[in-house]
Design a protein around this ligand. Structure first.
Ligand SMILES: *Cc1c(COP(=O)(O)O)cnc(C)c1O
Length: 386
């Protein structure tokens, strides 16, 4: 057994990030400036979008996208309960209501047939799918059933993800990425909106910085002017040049970091595929999985104490694990506000009860991967029913 705890996630940063950040600090320009513009341009080019707007979180990105669409109080927005707090809370920021639709049992992405059924009886302002773990939701199929209803993708897990060869970030009205500390590209905190819609991009940019008209950030540069106009009560969702410098270095090594996660996922698959008490992550052929998460599922009938005991045993073996996600409809706020019962979204509830996420990040050594595999297999054996 490992004597040293293996963290669940670690950012892949080294001297290149340190020197890029140091340079920004030495420059004397710390907040939004040329580094942010360079990061946005490089990101837009990478995913193949007309516009990329850097913001300080994916949550801010999704909020701005809903705001740009003009979602109003009382509107309904479809999303999945199998996600993090952020995806639904931004809907509530607008005074709108999340309309949860259950997930597919295989990929845990939103069930598009059920979305289609809901759209036959409800008027919906937007649809917010999540690419869970980095496996793409089929947003092209979703777009067909949406019939013009705008899609805002929660792509917090989906960099670099491809749907049938096309980059996530280039497909829907808005795509929102996260650069939180545990994500596949990290600036500590951060996010990005991508869109091809010029007017919406403008609105997001303006609202990300106090609702001040065009290029507010330039007012302290040589070419800027002290004069500005406030066109709406905006937010302070902009990004610092310090974070953007970190992001630029991270973007440059995104593919090499991803390749290492692909290798690790392959080793996990090989080690676990034949064990009847374990289920490896499902994925559709022809897509590219980002492998932000490796979501293993255990058969609660074949593990004494089920997933909870499994998770506890992994911790005791010094392996950092996590569970993704406690479905939103069983949290007190959504349960009490909307009167949900766990069985209202039976697939989300059942799959959550047997999910355990294993460490998967580029800084893991082969030895670390061996240790995770050994801990999983030994735990499964130890907890086998008599
Ligand atoms: C991490 C995460 C977010 C939020 O990202 P922030 O950048 O922290 O706002 C949103 N959705 C999902 C599915 C996430 O995992």
């Amino acid at each position: 057994m490992r004597d040293k705890f293996l963290p669940f996630a670690l950012p892949d940063t080294n001297e290149a990030e340190v020197s890029a950040v140091s340079e920004v600090i030495r420059s004397g320009w710390l907040t939004t400036g040329t580094q942010v513009r360079a990061f946005e341009a490089a990101f837009a080019k990478y995913v193949g979008a007309r516009h990329a707007i850097a913001v300080n979180s994916c949550t801010a990105a999704m909020h701005l996208a809903l705001e740009a669409l003009g979602v109003k109080a009382g509107d309904k927005v479809i999303t999945t309960p199998y996600t993090f707090a952020a995806t639904a809370e931004v809907i509530r920021y607008m005074g709108a209501h999340p309309l949860f639709v259950d997930v597919r049992p295989d990929t845990l992405n939103i069930d598009i047939d059920q979305v289609s059924a809901v759209l036959k009886r409800e008027h919906v302002a937007a649809i917010m799918p999540v690419h869970i773990a980095g496996e793409p939701c089929d947003v092209e199929a979703l777009d067909k059933v949406a019939g013009g209803i705008p899609i805002i993708e929660d792509a917090a897990h989906a960099l670099p993800t491809k749907l049938r060869g096309r980059n996530i970030g280039s497909l829907s009205r808005f795509t929102c990425f996260s650069f939180y500390a545990t994500k596949t590209l990290s600036t500590g905190e951060g996010g990005m909106i991508t869109t091809d819609d010029d007017a919406a991009a403008d609105r997001c940019r303006i609202m990300s910085l106090h609702g001040i008209s065009r290029d507010a950030w330039k007012r302290y540069t040589a070419e800027g002017s002290w004069a500005y106009e406030i066109i709406a009560p905006g937010y302070i969702y902009n990004v610092t040049d310090v974070a953007a410098a970190l992001g630029l270095v991270q973007l440059g090594k995104l593919v090499s970091m991803w390749k290492r996660r692909v290798e690790i996922a392959g080793r996990f698959d090989t080690a676990f595929a034949a064990r009847p008490e374990l289920q490896i992550p499902a994925r559709a052929a022809g897509n590219q999985h980002a492998w932000h998460l490796y979501m293993l599922r255990v058969d609660n009938e074949r593990i004494r104490g089920g997933r909870d005991a499994f998770a506890e045993a992994m911790r005791k073996r010094n392996i950092g694990i996590s569970v993704h996600f406690i479905p939103l409809h069983i949290h007190p706020y959504y349960r009490d506000t909307y009167g949900y019962k766990p069985e209202d979204f039976p697939v989300a509830h059942r799959e959550y009860s047997r999910e355990i996420s294993l460490p998967i990040y580029s800084r893991m050594s082969d030895r670390d991967v061996d240790d995770v595999i050994a801990a999983v297999l030994e735990t499964a054996t130890d907890l086998a029913p008599p």
